[in-house]
Design a protein around this ligand. Structure first.
Ligand code: PEP
Ligand code: MG
Length: 610
């Protein structure tokens, strides 16, 4: 069903439940209205997606096969029971066999797949949740304990499904699953936590909004929510206890508010606001082809941050001048708990080449693996005591030169097809830069010897995301071709604020005088040395920061595609002659109140379009 049809559907207004509002941390923008889909803590490992209509029967058979395998497993266990095994064991197996054959397990989930097009795991989970609720309501204590047996049987089926999945996964390429067509858009996920990998499962827009008990604005899950342009609010403790399944919810992402069980009048008001928001987004689309220049004619490059080659479509639709950050690690993120899937050189090469080709001559900045912190890889050999400060990103790559070389070779090979730039994350030491450059030289030499094509002049740059990199910036400009400031991590490391921890989210302040002065040092130094510099952290897509960054001298911004046109509107309205001296004054301020007032003031300067 199309979104507009969904919206026009009659909403039952006569709700008797108490209406209340919750306030969380900002994540994305927009308004969405839908019914709560609760995902209990343990259930997040289960994939949730809608199966295209033509694949429904295949999915039914997948679940039937898994149930069949569990029958076989139980029979095998029976066959190998020693003669002196306690009788309870046999009885226990019988009970499990009975449950497995009962219609509540053998048929009901199959019907859920057929009716709702849920994938097998999700259908099974839905049925188990319904059964659990029924069992919880039973007075008889003995019968209540049978719930544990049902859960155990379902876990066996789930494992069997996952086993089949992981066997298939090995044969799959890195391309994410194709989105299901005709998906429902009126379900809002309410979860304890949503990892970036969970969020990626949801990027086919099965859900129209996300609410999570933990998580901050700068977590990678929040970044993915913004990149798929889906309203979300994180950091709502006990949301799972307060919100009930199927409750009506309104997410007002801009004000970080979730309204639970709104009255009919409130619901209608927000429907009108939702339409107005969508109309304003449509109007912005007229700026798509307008050159990005300030009032005085200074060109400003607005590029896109992407996670997958397929994201290029949105980048082009929003008029991106290139890809300023391709977070390549998203190609590597396997399912939670799985062994880390390292794509082969050819698979990586195909993904990079495809991106380059899709961008039709525009620059594509591929960041090498940035694994660690809130992008776990589900494999213990790389886990760190403090992941944000451990063997993350380039540290891991230099410790594992074989797979780093694989990625470098793949990127270099893609550079033969367009403008590729290599971006290295988390560099701090000169020795790390030198080692990286020599590995790139070695990769080039290998390709040369194998008569494989690559661009010998491919620019190599650094993410500036650790305060030490700013204080020692000349070490970087001396050795590298370009810089990109990763403010998400820079703020995390400079202010000692875990970017994913909602407890300290209020302290994560891009306007802290220390951050402003670090940004200014980096931008001025790069300008002096003629080294191009961009910002690719979240502040690049925050319109409240655009004029400030322009006044500091920044001319390259990279952000989610969905933010490009909003930022372009700010650029078109900015007069650098007016702004630059004002921003220089702001940089001399040290009191937070004075800074935020002055930043407000420059946002209100008269503009060309006002
Ligand atoms: C950053 O740190 O600002 C950045 C762009 O990288 P990531 O968010 O992927 O860590
Ligand atoms: Mg970073």
């Amino acid at each position: 069903m199309a979104n507009s049809e969904k919206r026009n559907k009659q909403v039952p207004l006569a709700k008797t439940m108490a209406s209340f509002a919750l306030q969380g941390n900002p994540v994305s923008r927009g308004i969405t209205i839908g019914r709560a889909h609760l995902i209990p803590r343990a259930a997040l490992d289960v994939p949730h997606y809608l199966v295209p209509q033509e694949k429904v029967e295949q999915e039914v058979q997948r679940l039937e096969r898994a149930i069949g395998r569990v029958h076989q497993e139980l029979a095998d266990i029976w066959a190998t029971l020693p003669n002196d095994a306690p009788v309870e064991l046999g009885a226990f197996l019988d009970v499990h066999e009975l449950i497995l054959s009962d219609a509540m397990i053998a048929e009901a989930p199959l019907n859920i797949i057929r009716l709702r097009r849920y994938n097998a795991e999700w259908a099974l989970l839905t049925q188990i949740e319904a059964l659990s609720a029924q069992f919880d309501a039973i007075e008889d204590a003995y019968l209540r304990t049978r719930k544990a047996d049902i859960v155990q049987v379902s876990e066996r089926i789930m494992k069997s499904l996952q086993h089949e999945n992981s066997t298939r996964e090995k044969e799959k390429t890195m391309t994410p699953p194709a989105p299901a067509e005709d998906v429902a858009t009126d379900m809002i996920v309410v979860a304890y936590d949503i990892s970036p990998t969970d969020m990626l499962q949801f990027r086919d827009k099965v859900f129209s909004g996300f609410i999570s008990e933990i998580g901050g604005k700068n977590s990678h899950a929040a970044i993915v929510a913004r990149s798929i342009d889906t309203p979300a609010v994180f950091g709502l403790p006990i949301a799972l206890s307060l919100i009930e399944k199927e409750d009506w919810l309104i997410i007002v992402a801009d004000t970080c508010t979730v309204i639970v069980n709104p009255t009919g009048v409130v619901l209608e008001q927000y429907r009108i606001r939702q339409l107005a928001w969508e109309r304003s987004q449509k109007r912005l689309r007229r700026l798509r082809k307008t050159p990005s220049r300030t009032i005085d004619g200074t060109p400003v490059s607005l590029m896109a941050n992407i996670e997958f080659p397929d994201d290029c479509a949105a980048a082009l639709e929003n008029g991106a001048s290139g890809i300023g950050l391709f977070r390549s690690e998203f190609l590597f993120l396997g399912k939670k708990g799985d062994k880390w899937q390292i794509p082969l050189e050819d698979e990586q090469f195909e993904a990079y080449k495809r991106t380059v080709m899709l961008m039709r001559g525009r620059p594509v900045t591929i960041r090498t693996l940035d694994i660690g912190a809130d992008k776990p890889i589900g494999v213990s050999d790389f886990s760190a005591i403090n992941p944000a400060l451990g063997k993350r990103a380039i540290r891991l790559c230099l410790a594992e030169p074989d797979f780093f070389m694989t990625q470098l070779r793949a990127i270099l090979r893609a550079s033969a097809f367009g403008q590729v730039k290599i971006l290295i994350p988390m560099l701090v030491h000169a020795s790390e830069i030198d080692q990286t450059l020599s590995l790139i030289a070695r990769a080039k030499a290998q390709l040369h010897a194998e008569h494989k094509k690559y661009d010998d002049t491919v620019p190599v740059g650094a993410m500036i995301e650790v305060p030490a990199a700013i204080m020692g910036i000349s070490m970087f400009t001396r050795r590298l071709d370009f810089l990109s400031i990763g403010t998400n991590d820079l703020i995390q490391y400079a202010l000692a604020i875990d970017r994913v921890d909602p407890e300290v989210a209020h302290l994560y302040d891009p306007l802290h005088p220390a951050i402003l002065s670090m940004l200014s040092i980096a931008i001025r130094h790069a300008e002096k040395k003629g080294t191009s510099i961009s910002v690719c952290g979240e502040i690049a897509g925050d319109t409240a920061m655009t004029r400030l960054l322009l006044g500091m001298g920044l001319r390259e911004f990279s952000m989610h595609s969905t933010q490009i046109l909003n930022v372009k509107q700010e650029v078109l309205n900015a007069d650098l002659e007016q702004l630059t001296p004002q921003v220089q004054k702001i940089l001399r301020l040290s009191e937070p109140d004075a800074i935020s007032k002055a930043v407000q003031k420059i946002r209100q300067l008269p503009s060309a379009l006002s």
